[in-house]
Design a protein around this ligand. Sequence first.
Ligand code: FRU
Length: 325
Amino acid sequence: DREEPRYVIGVSQCSDDEWRTQMNKEIRREALFYPGVEIRIRSARDDNRQQIADIESFIRQEVDLIVVAPNEADAITPVVEKAYDKGIPVVLVDRKIDSERYTAYIGADNYEMGRQIGTYIASRLRGEGNIVELTGLKGSTPARDRHHGLIDALSDFPDIHIVATADAGWLKQSAETAFDSILVKQPQINLVFAHNDPMASGACEAARGRGRDKDMLFVGVDALSGEGLGVESVADGTLDATFIYPTGGDRVVQVAMDILEKRSFPRETLLSTALVNRQNARIMQMQTLHISTLDAKIEKLNGQLDAFLSRYSAQRMFLYACIVI
Ligand code: FRU
């Protein structure tokens, strides 16, 4: 019989994909270091109404803290404010809301990322060419911010033209469909910037379908390691480059615990990005492989510790019973 948890943390994810899966794993693993912390994770699968219901349910369960990655800022703002006004600390991760009523934010500066990507694109194209931009869900703040950063960086390069833009909602399949119709209308495309790697590879597949994938470069964001994901696609030349978008699940739990245990904490934790291109993709693959073996060891050790502790408490009960009898 388990003891009551000291703290319950509700995590409301907007989507269900590799990037989220990785963040959720990091959250659970980091929580192992804080005894008595229970993590409850829900995914809204890109649906605002589902996410509102998920957060409402965390409020009813009287969880101690809510972590939210808001699907779209407008739609999710009121329910986040509701939780916050009830005194439940809210930690926003990766996406923001249209209000200052939240406790802390952890994630990258997406505007700054957009600028860095714009600067990279300009140098890669030597200051001229036609670009297509495939954005994430328009109502989500990373899509908004990455777009504005890109536009501001490119404003210094009058010979670079954004010939088409489409909202592909962060999804590979939508990007493939959207980019296929763009290909029909645009005879000359030099580079595609997709707001994430799944959309970049969707666009690449559409171009391949029309025999045009070698005519243009594909740039994405996320840089996850693993089969068929961003870093591998850069290593094998499918993508020209991608930019690291850190998942930072461990930091999320650390800040959450600082809040719960009344220690001081940063209101904004900005995680940094870096360019992954052909030159460093292999190194990055090797490093992440090494890290994941270490992660597996941490989980194994933790399992052994659990087994040890339950054996120890059973023995203690037995001893106690002997003494009483
Ligand atoms: C994962 C994801 C990432 C993207 C981020 C933006 O759900 O779509 O691919 O970088 O969300 O919030």
